[in-house]
Design a protein around this ligand. Structure first.
Ligand code: ZN
Length: 139
């Protein structure tokens, strides 16, 4: 690999890192101003989306579900979003435009549980693993 190419890759990585940081800041600001200036919060979301698209990165997990995919408003459960659990999915409804988004829920929970179990017991998963996805009530 040429040195020039190497440098370009490094630059790309750096750009993406900065983009993620900006997205983080923008969503944090959006959440902060939402209670008294929801319009401004939505502007921050728009900017965050522009940053994400320009840098061609995925939306960080943390914020992925915090805005409406259709009208791009910041979603705050209990204020402008309704969140329900259904068949192993998180169903989020944007109350601004009525758009409904579904995200898998159980798989993610299981993965997380598996991770924490690995740490805690060192591979004693056989007896405690949840089958059928009927495990609820523990937060
Ligand atoms: Zn919407």
């Amino acid at each position: 690999m040429s040195r020039k190419k190497f440098l370009r890759q490094k630059e790309q990585r750096e750009k993406r890192r900065i983009a993620r940081e900006r997205i983080d800041i923008l969503f944090t600001l959006a959440e902060r101003v939402f209670p008294y200036e929801p319009e401004l919060a939505n502007r921050y979301v728009e900017i965050a989306l522009a940053v994400q698209q320009k840098a061609r990165i995925r939306m960080p997990r943390k914020w992925k579900r915090r805005y409406c995919k259709k009208c791009h408003s910041l979603l705050v459960p209990g204020r402008n979003a309704r969140v329900r659990l259904r068949n192993g999915h998180v169903v989020i409804k944007c109350l601004n435009c009525g758009h409904i988004m579904r995200y898998p829920y159980l798989r993610e929970q299981k993965a997380r549980r598996r991770d924490s179990m690995k740490e805690a017991t060192g591979g004693n998963e056989g007896q405690t693993s949840v089958k059928g996805g009927n495990h609820s009530g523990s937060e």
